[in-house]
Design a protein around this ligand. Structure first.
Ligand code: NAD
Ligand SMILES: Cc1ncc(C=O)c(C(=O)O)c1O
Length: 310
């Protein structure tokens, strides 16, 4: 199982640095490109931080890996074997970036996208050679969550899917191959959970602190160890039938983004990145919370690696 010798990450915001650090630790020379010099400067720091977190997890660090940063896309793509696009989730922007990439790389270079759920076939329309294009959906934070959704579009060559699975396994992550569907699998499940959680808080059924406690120490902890399909076996399918027969029709089924979210965004409250969102954060609180989350994820990942994969 071999990794690409040289890979390029296009877009160095929330996701790019952790992706770069993960591939570099496995031995790949990673080039990171962004249109924003400020984003590149921030990414240098967050890539170094992600690398230090990977040291905490332990495991092998392959020789030869490195990360370099460039504001010149031609430099970042020169000689590359594998490209991961991680620019904002806007279809037209992604299409134009993909076309730009295609014009600068060799015909055999795989182009992957980290889209959270835009159909791969739709994005692939931007390319003259869509057979080389595939979804590679990392979960945030990408250097800590060792699962990647692999989503071929209608035009993706089977050999490209096979090669991506090989690459994912080579850096020690679990590849999950899926048929194409909007939102893919992980975000369909996550957004079903988030829709119900936000509705319960917005309707005043529960405070957000109590909701977070319930999910973290209840289903969150449990689902980290037992997947939903096996949880059904653990609970009993008859129990699921009884409860779902009266509960499913009560669950939130709204199709719009809830007002508690749109009003927060309108007020400039986006979460950690703006210093406030669902919660308020005083000076230093965001860094402390991020450190707490990283420590928890490192500990849980170590514990889970001693259990069966499914
Ligand atoms: N944030 C998450 O939790 C998460 C998780 C999984 C997947 N994703 C997906 O990954 C992708 C990136 O998300 P993110 O959260 O890192 O976004 P982000 O907004 O944090 O970062 C995007 C970066 O792309 C750069 N950029 C914009 N236009 C560009 C261009 N033309 N060329 C190069 N760089 C450009 C921006 O300057 C920015 O630094 C999106 O498709 C998103 O849906 C995000
Ligand atoms: C809220 C939210 N939306 C999308 C994604 C990934 O595409 C994530 C994540 O990876 O955690 C997320 O939390």
């Amino acid at each position: 199982m071999s990794l690409p010798a040289i890979a390029t990450v296009i877009g160095s915001g929330t996701m790019g640095p952790g992706i770069a650090a993960t591939l570099a630790r496995a031995g790949t020379q990673v080039r990171v490109y962004d249109i924003s010099d400020e984003a590149l400067a921030r990414a240098e720091k967050s890539t170094a931080f992600a690398a230090s977190v990977l040291d905490q997890i332990g495991g092998d660090s392959a020789p030869g890996g490195s990360v370099s940063f460039s504001s010149d896309i031609a430099v970042a793509l020169d000689g590359t074997e594998f490209v991961i696009e991680a620019v904002p989730e806007k279809l037209e922007l992604k299409k134009s970036v993909l076309a730009q990439i295609e014009g600068l790389v060799g015909a055999d270079v795989i182009i992957a996208t980290n889209t959270s759920g835009i159909p791969i076939t739709t994005m692939g329309e931007a390319l003259g050679t869509p057979g080389r294009f595939i979804g590679m959906h990392w979960s945030n934070p990408p250097h800590l969550i060792p699962m990647i959704e692999v989503i071929p579009g209608e035009a993706t060559d089977a050999a490209v899917t096979d090669r991506l699975v090989e690459i994912v396994k080579a850096f020690g992550y679990h590849p999950v191959i899926e048929n194409e569907i909007a939102g893919f699998v992980e975000n369909r499940v996550l957004y079903a959970i988030l829709r119900e959680c936000v509705a319960l808080v917005q309707e005043g059924i529960v405070t957000q602190e109590a909701l977070d406690t319930c999910v973290k120490w209840g289903i969150g902890y449990k689902l980290a160890v037992v997947g939903p399909m096996r949880l059904l076996d653990m609970a009993g399918l008859d129990i699921y039938q009884s409860v779902s027969s009266y509960l499913n029709k009560e669950l939130d089924a709204s199709t719009e983004t809830p007002s508690v979210i749109t009003e927060s965004i309108a007020a400039g409250r986006l979460g950690f990145k703006s210093g406030g969102g669902m919660y308020d954060y005083a000076e230093g609180d965001v860094d402390a919370k991020r450190a707490d989350i990283v420590a928890g994820l490192v500990a849980v990942r170590k514990a889970l690696s001693a259990t069966t994969p499914v």
